[in-house]
Design a protein around this ligand. Structure first.
Ligand SMILES: [Zn+2]
Length: 448
């Protein structure tokens, strides 16, 4: 419960018991980069709570979706600015939180000057305090200072996010060029650091959203539920975002129907989450494009590290069996399928503590034998390689199980890797070390 009533913050001239309650405007704002906690629905109910506490009557709502507070002052926002130009249509502006109003000290100062000039009230929800911060024309310096301090916090928060996105600029120098086509979700077009051509850079509006979607997936939220949230929040799908970045209108014609904008589905989302562009890779047909040395060609700074991307794929694969319960695999997928080329024996699976993946390793030592060239490979790489080849060879879709692979006579051999190697070592399996065969009778001599 609040210790003191927010009404005490109102001067007598705003007597809440007077005949006509004060009229208030609900001001909502949402950039694309957002989490569920700032959805319009949540903002709306927080604003309503503030208005109730102050006994204000909400007369209208100004909702700016897809508007960044860093770049756009309240006086430039499409929905809010017309209201700010008509200050006498109402007495108060109510935001669910300071950061919905501004992310800059400068903008806060402008807002306060506006309120003073027109004798209006500014209300900022303070979820932690239980009652809103209210700035009236008669508020003293301490209230003004508090508003400015909160704006500074919101500004610093935005700067931290932005610095994280733009750091490691040097890494871009090794970046390949972006040749056109649909800009992958989470990125936007940026001048190539060499000065000629284009590359892709994380989009400050959608890149944080990608991270929040990934963490939602990792925490077990279904793609369907996430897609629903994104639609509710008005987040544009990749195709619409691309149009938006190009200054074209969203939506269009699909299956003979016209759409104002397209909607997220679990399919759209799945495509975004499974694309190696999240690691900054150039892709073709959904697959990483590699240079002559086998290293991925980069189009921009990665949104996810290789390890994060791999972990995500494991989560998604485990999910696609239709249940959302984490699957406990008693036998690793490639047991009996993966073989060491050095000794021809089966590889076994060894978990890595703290990682979503483990390793397939030659088990000659466990058999008490000596392998001339014991092979080992990260389990997620070997599994991805095997499943890709398997799906290619069979045209089957969906999740493959170990029994299915064995039944179809799938056999993968891995040769021992060389020591050392460049950074490309961390980008994926060296497929030159791998062979894939299917449908050949298993050679039982080798299957110890
Ligand atoms: Zn071996």
């Amino acid at each position: 419960m609040p210790e003191r009533s927010p009404l005490s913050a109102l001067p007598a001239c705003f007597d809440p018991l007077r005949a006509r309650p004060l009229r208030a405007l609900a001001a909502l704002r949402l950039s694309c980069a957002t989490s569920v906690t700032t959805s319009p629905g949540r903002q709306r109910s927080a604003v309503r709570r503030c208005a109730d506490q102050l006994r204000f009557t909400l007369i209208a709502e100004a909702s700016d979706v897809g508007v960044s507070a860093r770049k756009t002052s309240p006086f430039e926002r499409p929905a809010l600015s017309p209201w700010l130009q008509r200050p006498h249509a109402y007495e108060a502006d109510v935001w669910s939180h300071v950061d919905r109003a501004v992310r800059s000290v400068q903008h806060m100062t402008e807002l306060i000057a506006w309120a003073r000039r027109h004798g209006r009230i500014l209300v900022f929800g303070m979820p932690e305090d239980g009652f809103p911060l209210v700035m009236t024309p008669l508020s003293g310096d301490s209230v003004v200072q508090r508003c400015v301090d909160l704006a500074r916090d919101a500004q610093q928060e935005a700067e931290t996010i932005s610095a994280r996105l733009t750091s490691a600029h040097a890494a871009l120098r090794e970046t390949g060029r972006y040749g056109g086509g649909l800009v992958p979700f989470g990125y936007r077009k940026a001048p190539h650091p060499s000065g000629s051509g284009w590359c892709l850079a994380p989009d400050p509006d959608t890149a944080p959203l990608v991270r929040s979607i990934v963490s939602d997936v990792e925490s077990g939220r279904s793609l369907l539920a996430i897609a629903r949230d994104l639609n509710e929040q008005g987040v544009p799908v990749p195709r619409d975002r691309h149009a938006q970045l190009q200054g074209r209108s969203m939506g269009g014609r699909r299956h003979g129907r016209d759409f104002d904008r397209f909607r997220w589905t679990s399919g759209t989302l799945s495509k975004v989450l499974r694309s190696p562009t999240l690691m900054g890779h150039r892709t073709h047909g959904g697959q990483t494009v590699r240079d002559e040395l086998g290293a991925p060609v980069l189009i921009g700074r990665p949104l996810l590290s290789d390890a994060e991307f791999d972990a995500l794929q494991v989560t998604l694969r485990a999910r696609s069996n239709g249940t959302h319960r984490p699957r406990r695999r008693t036998t690793a997928l490639l047991i009996g399928v993966a073989h060491c080329q050095g000794c021809g024996g089966r590889m076994y699976f060894a978990a890595r503590k703290g990682y979503a993946y483990g390793d397939y390793l030659c088990r000659a030592t466990a058999r008490g034998e000596v392998c001339p060239a014991p092979a080992g490979m990260r389990s997620d790489w070997l599994e991805r390689y095997t499943l890709d080849r398997y799906h290619q060879a069979t045209g089957k879709d969906g999740r493959a199980v170990r029994e299915g692979l064995l039944r179809d006579g799938v056999r993968v051999t891995a040769a021992k890797g060389r020591r050392g190697g460049g950074p490309e070592r961390n980008h994926g399996p060296d497929t030159a070390r791998l062979t894939f065969t299917i449908g050949e009778p298993s050679d039982s001599r080798w299957d110890h």
